[in-house]
Design a protein around this ligand. Sequence first.
Ligand code: DX5
Ligand code: ZN
Length: 227
Amino acid sequence: MKGDHSMNPLIISPSILSMDYAHVNEQLKELQESGAKWLHFDVMDGHFVPNLTFGPDILSGFRKAVDLFMDVHLMVEHPKQVAQWFLSAGADLITFHIEAMKDMEDCLALCDDIHAFGKQAGISVKPHTDVKPLLPYLDRFDLVLIMSVEPGFGGQSFMEDVLTKVKLLRKEMDKKQLSTRLQIDGGIHETTGKLAVEAGCDTLVAGSYVFKNGIKDAVETLLCLKK
Ligand code: DX5
Ligand code: ZN
């Protein structure tokens, strides 16, 4: 997206994958009162990744309980179909994986479909996927998501090597004056989050760190990384 990226404030997107599902109401309330503006939904189908999570009903339910930006990360074999379900459920942003798509033309078509629905579109890469093929098309997306763990599970260790891709994307986005968000996901805590922000990320997904350290305090600590 065209615009002044330097205006992008740091956003924390807590991943509900690490929620304590025995206490959903309390945690949603605390999320709403925290500094997090987004909520990250890790949608897994047991095929694209070896784990299975939830469908669109969870999102439509959570939407009634909180007023947060619904950030949907699709880790599924058939993103076109699943994107429609989550758009209908009220997603604000759909991010799909380049590895699940046929080619770049296919990616751009899905991006256009999401935009036609009036919502934002993001594209994600796994830790070992090259981002260079994406460079000419950055202006078409609202967000690029760099995975800093192999997708599938929360609680894994941050892969520092992916910061090379973050720096490359940040340079390219700055050169083209794009406001496209640069998100990172996997193993984020105060130390790795700092490295990611310094490399150029403006959107941090955090699961275990947020839900195991007290939601409000953990979000506040991450937000302070940019100050
Ligand atoms: C992994 C998911 C992540 C995950 C992050 O496939 O995309 O969003 O929940 O969890 P943590 O922050 O615990 O690494
Ligand atoms: Zn995710």
